[in-house]
Design a protein around this ligand. Structure first.
Ligand code: FAD
Ligand code: SIN
Length: 540
């Protein structure tokens, strides 16, 4: 079915001599926690152009509920946070990265406080909550369960006050422009047409790829564009088999698959089945706060045992006023479906939440392509290993965004001249893609990934899914489209193939990657990363 198909280097035809250039020392793609933090840092050294494919507010960061993990309480310690992170990562964390991020986290959070972030307090002191796998209450939150919104408004306000940052919203980054293994800028598209954002350094902060799954907590922007772009350009993509499934997504016909924060269980909420039985202790000693992968698999098993389409979160034993005060966003969300969270059972089941793997970077966010950096969910630093602790990703985003922004900024500032116009082009023949039903393809892809590349994996279904995705690739990836929805779909198909390939390759179970046919962790063969690299990286 693959027909020897080889996807092309660029998604679209272009001739750099004929399209407008916008020059900046640094282009940052993405306005979530990682991109904004990177831009703020880089702009201390040079000019920055910040791109987002929708408005700058529309990011996964904006939806974060639980909070940011950081060692700010006197009773907590860097060593404990490091130990918890390493334990969750099941042998695949890079311990130097873990220590660096955990050590630098408190400084980054204090900075947010200086910039006006209003995290929740108790008797005037910062309030911390717990999530699964954290041995301490070390998670800061805002407005109860609206941490991401507070983080976004703080970072946007700070970035807007920096004169060195130029903004282009509703602007879609199509591809990285490269010469050999050198990144020269970004081919992008907005209402004015295609243009080249030409820069000394590029930072990808494009977030995750949860939308490749039918069931996901992720907003529509999470289509894996940055990972696909970097892969097409020849960068190493690491550990993408590790997709984290969040156990508790609201499951009501007609309602969006909104997250019900793990902090709900952190504050005392219990998972029960349709008979009202609390079941998590039957699966793990940690009970309701067991690691997410354990809880997700336990929920699937419990759903099968009870022949139900979900399990339920029960908060009815908790003080209603405290519940409403702590989780106002979840209260409002459930109220739209006539559920009172202090009284009614909330139907939940797992869904795709976070991609642990991504574009491989070093401790300063450098990828394996020169002048290309990545940060946040699009990147794989080795911080999370094979499993991510709740609230560790916003932490990673602000620390690594800052590190990448600083190094990219310092490096660009040393360049004596402005970036020069480019003469590159991609003039390969491409078939027009207008007759394809993109919505149908997207639904088929997401359904396939959910059924065959999801929480519990097996060689046969993975192989069948891979064959199907490659077949779709053979008639979708070489088509010429002129709209962002189509490029997103091409990126989703690209990333889905990477996830399936990596999942098939890793013949063991570790962290969030569970193979029913290889249920054990195999340190002898697999205590290392999986790396995917597009071999043919000729331009055009
Ligand atoms: P994002 O915040 O997703 O931003 C991506 C940016 O890239 C956007 O601006 C987007 O427009 C831009 N972009 C993407 N593709 C393109 C393109 N082709 N062209 C131009 N721009 C592009 N983590 C925690 O630590 N704590 C939590 O409490 C928490 N809660 C969560 C709740 C939900 C519902 C979800 C979905 C995730 C949660 N996470 C949480 C995970 C965390 O929010 C994300 O991992 C993190 O916010 C990712 O940040 P980011 O900066 O990497 O990307
Ligand atoms: C949650 O609030 O449960 C999500 C936290 C996270 O994904 O880090």
């Amino acid at each position: 079915m693959n027909n020897g198909f080889s996807p092309q280097r660029y998604l679209t035809r272009f001739d750099a001599r004929e399209i407008p250039h916008q020059f900046a020392d640094i282009v940052v793609v993405g306005t979530g926690a990682a991109g904004l933090r990177a831009a703020i840092e880089a702009a201390k050294h040079c000019s920055v152009l910040l791109l987002s494919k929708e408005t700058c507010e529309e990011t996964a960061t904006a939806y974060a509920q639980g909070g940011i993990a950081a060692v700010l309480d006197a009773a907590d310690s860097v060593d404990q946070h490091v130990a918890d992170t390493l334990k969750a990562g099941c042998g695949l964390c890079d311990s130097r990265i873990v220590r660096t991020i955990v050590e630098e986290g408190p400084e980054r959070v204090r900075e947010l406080l200086e910039w006006g972030a209003d995290f929740d307090r108790h008797n005037g002191r910062l309030a911390f909550t717990r999530e699964g796998g954290h041995s301490r209450a070390r998670i800061l939150h805002a407005d109860g369960d609206s941490t991401g919104a507070e983080l976004m408004s703080t970072l946007i306000r700070t970035a807007r006050s920096s004169p060195g940052i130029g903004w282009r919203e509703n602007c879609f980054a199509i591809d990285l422009v490269t010469e050999g293994r050198l990144c020269l800028g970004v081919l992008a598209y907005d209402r004015g047409g295609t243009f080249l954002a030409r820069a000394h350094q590029v930072i990808l902060a494009t977030g995750g790829c949860g939308r490749i799954y039918r069931e996901t907590t992720n907003p529509s922007i999470a289509t894996g564009d940055g990972i696909a772009m970097a892969y097409r350009a020849g960068a190493d993509v690491e550990n993408v088999e590790f997709v984290q499934f969040h156990p508790t997504t609201l499951y009501l016909a007609g309602a969006s698959r909104a997250l019900i924060s793990e902090a709900v269980r952190g504050e005392g909420g219990r998972l029960v089945n349709k008979r009202g039985e609390s079941f998590m202790k039957n699966y793990d000693l940690e009970g309701d706060l067991a690691p997410r992968d354990v809880v997700s698999r336990a929920i699937l098993e419990e759903m099968a045992k009870t022949r139900d389409t979900s399990v339920y979160l029960d908060l009815s034993h908790m003080n209603p006023q405290e519940v409403y005060h702590r989780f106002p966003r979840i209260k409002a969300l459930c109220a739209t479906c006539h559920l009172d969270i202090s009284r009614d059972l909330i139907p939940v089941r797992p869904s795709a939440h976070y991609v642990i793997g991504g574009v491989k970077t070093d401790i300063n966010g450098r990828t394996t392509l020169r002048n290309l950096y990545a940060a946040g969910e699009a990147a794989c630093t080795g911080f999370h290993g094979a499993n991510r602790l709740g609230s560790n990703s916003l932490l990673e985003g602000i620390v690594m965004g800052c590190r990448a922004g600083r190094l990219a900024g310092e490096t660009a500032a040393k360049r004596k001249s402005a970036p020069k116009p480019l003469l590159l082009k991609n003039d390969r023949e491409m078939v027009a893609g207008s007759e394809l039903d993109l919505t149908d393809l997207e639904n088929s892809l997401r359904s396939l990934m959910w059924r065959m590349g999801g929480i519990v994996r097996n060689a046969r279904p993975l192989e069948a899914a891979l064959e199907r995705v490659r077949f779709w690739q053979s008639y979708v990836l070489n088509r010429h489209f002129t709209e962002s929805a189509a490029w997103e779909l091409q990126n989703m198909i690209t990333v889905a193939e990477l996830v399936l390939r990596a999942a098939l390759t890793r013949e063991e179970s570790r962290g969030v990657h569970y193979r029913r046919d290889f249920p054990r962790t195999d340190d002898k063969k697999w205590k290392h990363a999986t790396i995917l690299r597009r071999e043919e990286t000729r331009d055009g």
